[in-house]
Design a protein. Structure first.
Length: 438
């Protein structure tokens, strides 16, 4: 377009920078018509019409652009019709000009702009699609609207260390599920609930995904934001729809994250909506009958199990409890290797790092690697010479970071001492005694 005037070039750039500025596009279209660029004028008018379909100025400009001859089309040859035989003009006979054919105009510019509206779902080609709700989110009554991840490749073998946790999971939860003949012999139902608790950042969610992988089951992660709704009754319906989706696609693991928020003690809950959510959750865990929840495995995680409503933990619901502690030495080494795998390191002695990071959570170890990388980066920027991350950087980072689990154990100690009714927290008591914190 080397023959363009500077004004046209400037306006073309301005329109590209502000595509929704209809007055600017109209001005650009007028200049294109004045310079005889009729095809471009039609395209620009069509885009303007797409942004402002009811604007009379835009429609008039489209009419003018479409009625002018296109580039490369010679005007019709004049005839010898005498003036007195010519058709009268609208000004002289009082009639209106024929209506503009918008359908033909739309066909002509179809290759320039796409359709303004999506296809009607009632059309033959979309007859199988369900209509959307007012907010465009789909039919809330359709349980398939909830996302269920396909069985993943994560297994317990991918969880570094933590052999005691794996053994307890296998004995109490996984072994009966893997052996259908034995399960049938002993009358074990294909359902169950497990509550994972412990300090934050210790891998409870990852373990839940590993359990789903071991069972070859789908995985659905549910948090408070997925359930709560401002309208009365909708939160309870969300809980029901979640379990209905899991039942339809069984086997499925439903993972209730931050259970203390979803299932807080009703005696301490002031908000009626939250109490109703707990009631609905209890109903879904029980099912109308025992067979209804066959193949639905409910796993939950919390940092404060003592704040969870006691009814959720009675037999037949989340009746098994598993303490997930900070990673042991093999697990810490695996976590450090994972977070250092794509960083420039040199001669890192992981054994030293593992020794000084006892009681560190997985999140703490990730923070150690991030801080060590910051030290090396800052040193490289100041010296002008790039260097690798070394053992010294990691040790310095570990010294500056306090284990986040310490505050959790400080509060858990009181529960272990004074609220261990029925031996629910015996594992926690044993660990605190081993660490001489009790």
């Amino acid at each position: 377009m080397s023959d363009e005037s500077p004004l046209i070039r400037s306006l073309r750039a301005a329109v590209a920078a502000a595509p929704e500025d209809v007055p600017l596009r109209l001005h650009f279209t007028e200049l294109l018509l004045a310079e005889g660029r009729h095809n471009e004028a039609v395209a620009q008018a069509a885009v303007a019409l797409q942004h402002a379909p009811g604007d009379e100025a835009v429609r008039d400009l489209m009419v003018r652009a479409m009625q002018l001859p296109t580039v490369g089309t010679p005007p019709p040859a004049p005839t010898a019709t005498p003036p007195e035989a010519a058709a009268p003009s609208p000004a002289t006979d009082g009639t209106q000009p024929p209506a503009f054919d918008w359908a033909a105009a739309e066909q002509e510019v179809a290759g320039v702009v796409g359709p303004r509206f999506a296809a009607d779902p009632t059309d033959a080609g979309d007859a199988t699609e369900a209509p959307l709700t007012a907010d465009g989110s789909g039919d809330p009554a359709d349980a398939s609207a909830w996302d269920i991840d396909a069985p993943g490749d994560v297994r317990l073998a991918d969880v570094g260390g933590m052999q005691q946790v794996k053994d307890r999971l296998d004995a109490a939860f996984l072994a009966p599920m893997r052996n259908p003949e034995l399960r049938k012999l002993y009358g074990k139902s294909l359902r169950g609930g497990l509550l994972l608790y412990g300090p934050p950042g210790c891998g409870k969610t990852f373990i839940a995904r590993a359990v789903a992988g071991e069972l070859g089951a789908g995985f659905m992660s549910v948090s408070l934001s997925d359930i709560l709704d401002m309208y009365v009754g909708t939160s309870e319906k969300n809980v029901h729809d979640i379990f209905e989706a899991a039942r339809r696609q069984a086997p499925c693991v439903v993972f209730l994250d931050e259970l203390d928020a979803l299932g807080a003690k009703r005696s301490r809950t002031q908000h009626g909506g939250l109490r109703n959510v707990v009631n609905q959750l209890l109903t879904e865990l029980d099912g109308i009958n025992a067979a209804q929840n066959e193949g639905v495995f409910v796993l939950a995680a919390t940092n404060v199990p003592w704040d969870v409503d006691l009814a959720l933990r009675r037999p037949g619901r989340l009746d098994r409890t598993l303490l997930v502690l900070p990673p042991d030495a093999p697990a810490r080494e695996a976590i450090l290797r994972y977070h250092l795998r794509e960083r420039p390191i040199e001669s890192v002695d992981l054994g030293k790092i593992v020794k000084v990071t006892e009681d560190f959570s997985g999140a703490d170890l990730a923070h150690v690697c991030e801080s060590a990388a910051e030290y090396a980066l800052l040193d490289s920027a100041r010296s002008g010479t790039v260097r690798m991350i070394g053992t010294k950087d990691l040790l310095n980072a570990a010294k500056q970071i306090k284990p986040s689990s310490e505050s959790w154990f400080a509060s858990a100690r009181n529960v272990a001492m004074f609220a261990n009714d029925g031996g629910v927290y015996d594992d926690l008591v044993a660990y605190l005694k081993k660490k001489r914190k009790l």
